[in-house]
Ligand binder design. Structure first.
Ligand SMILES: Cc1ncc(COP(=O)(O)O)c(C=O)c1O
Length: 406
């Protein structure tokens, strides 16, 4: 067997490679009033880990529960690791790095999870995948589905940014806009697979989403010359990306390739801070999420408990920033680093900026921080409305050029 499942709450072990979503015992306790229980962790076999340990160079494929013989079929990474010199100098943090996951095929980090779920579907002989999304996961699953010949059924809040929805329509998904929140779309997509079959890709509900997302850490390990950063700043909504980031490092550690985990830092908006509350005060209740950073606006995070556990295990912490700080950071990323990131991604940079003195005092002036820029700003240009505008056109004459004040 290549892997088995372990319940992240009660620790029960499930010795199976069959399709499983949640621990049937813990999931019974879920009544929709607090963070759900029973999400499963995939545990790779000792043999898989030993094989990885003996390699001179590892790729995420070495650590996937469902690897792909053809790694070029839908390339996941290697996304650029950027050293934003101007910002690093300004902040006094010389070893600041940006991981540009906006460069993945559909323009966000979500390709990572979607790819592994597509491989799961293929391995299990399923053609149909249903999911709920705030926009990016849907676009990513639809893109992977188009490339790998799968039918994608996508439930999204009708208010999701239009470009993200149009992307999914263009890739050929069956898009079902829901008059409700992302949490409502989540429940409906589970009802769909219960009623009509197929695989459900909902974030964290399907453990393969975390397995796909962990690819970033394996990639980083090789990209940084077989070493790891001191801290990773991750934008958090449902808590699945952050758990994936942690899981990648946990697998590397289990394989004996690294000795300890980097600090995993949970970055949230003050207007959507459910997991921060869980980390700081074990509060697992619903948050009235209203942040403009739509991708991280989540009331009841689907993977809140596991996210909290991994942040604490890594000796990390949580940072919250206001929506204004997120939007200001978004403009700073464009004007001082040339990176057009969506608001959710800018949240991680805003959090790093706010946390920099704490980061330096805990980890040292020269510590290395990787900030995950998880999604492209091109998908939501409306976020700039009222903040930047195009200048008026000039007459077609050289006199007009001479009059320009710059
Ligand atoms: C661009 C981007 N960043 C961050 C997140 C947050 O990920 P998670 O919901 O797994 O915490 C998302 C989720 O949709 C996203 O699309």
């Amino acid at each position: 067997m290549r892997f088995r499942y372990i319940c992240s709450d009660c620790g029960r072990v499930y010795d199976t490679e069959d399709l499983m979503y949640q621990c049937p015992v813990c999931a019974k306790e879920n009544d929709g009033t607090s963070f759900s229980k029973g999400n499963l962790i995939v545990e790779l076999s000792e043999e898989v880990l030993r094989t990885a340990r003996e390699k001179d160079h590892v790729t995420p494929n070495d650590f996937y529960p469902y690897p792909n013989d053809n790694e070029k079929e839908y390339p996941i990474g290697v996304t650029p690791l950027m050293k934003p010199e101007r910002l690093a100098l300004e902040l006094g943090t010389p070893n600041l790095l940006f991981k540009l996951d906006s460069q993945l095929i559909s323009g966000s980090f979500k390709d990572r999870a979607s790819y592994e779920v597509a491989l799961q579907a293929r391995a299990l002989g399923e053609k149909k995948i249903a999911l709920a999304s705030t926009g990016n996961a849907g676009a990513a699953m639809s893109a992977v589905g188009a490339a790998m010949g799968l039918d994608i059924i996508l439930f999204v809040p009708a208010s999701a940014p239009i470009n993200k929805l149009m992307q999914s329509v263009l890739y050929g998904a069956k898009v079902v806009p829901v008059k409700g929140s992302y949490d409502d779309a989540f429940k409906l997509s589970i009802a769909y697979t219960n009623l009509k079959g197929g695989i459900n890709r909902n974030t964290a509900y399907n453990p393969m989403t975390i397995e796909g997302k962990k690819s970033i850490s394996i990639e980083l390990f090789e990209q940084m010359g077989r070493s790891i950063p001191d801290a990773v700043y991750v934008p958090v909504g449902d808590g699945c990306i952050i758990a994936g980031v942690a899981k990648g490092f946990i697998d590397l550690k289990r394989a004996g390739l690294i000795e300890k985990l980097p600090r995993i830092i949970c970055c949230q908006s003050t207007e959507s801070a459910a997991i921060t509350n869980a980390i700081n005060s074990e509060d697992y209740s619903e948050f009235n999420a209203t942040t403009r950073a739509d991708s991280i606006s989540v009331g009841l995070p689907a993977n809140g408990r596991m996210a909290r556990r991994y942040v604490i295990e890594s000796e990390g912490w949580a940072v919250t920033v206001t929506d204004q700080e997120i939007l200001d950071s978004q403009l700073e990323l464009t004007s001082k680093a040339g990176v057009l990131a969506e608001p959710a991604a800018a949240c991680a940079y805003a959090a790093f900026k706010k946390d920099k003195e704490n980061f330096k005092s805990k980890l040292g002036e020269n510590a290395t921080a990787v900030v995950l820029l998880t999604g492209s700003g091109f998908k939501d240009m409306k976020a700039f409305d009222g903040r930047v505008s195009l200048p008026n056109a000039i007459e077609n004459s050289e006199e007009e050029v001479a009059k320009l004040p710059f």
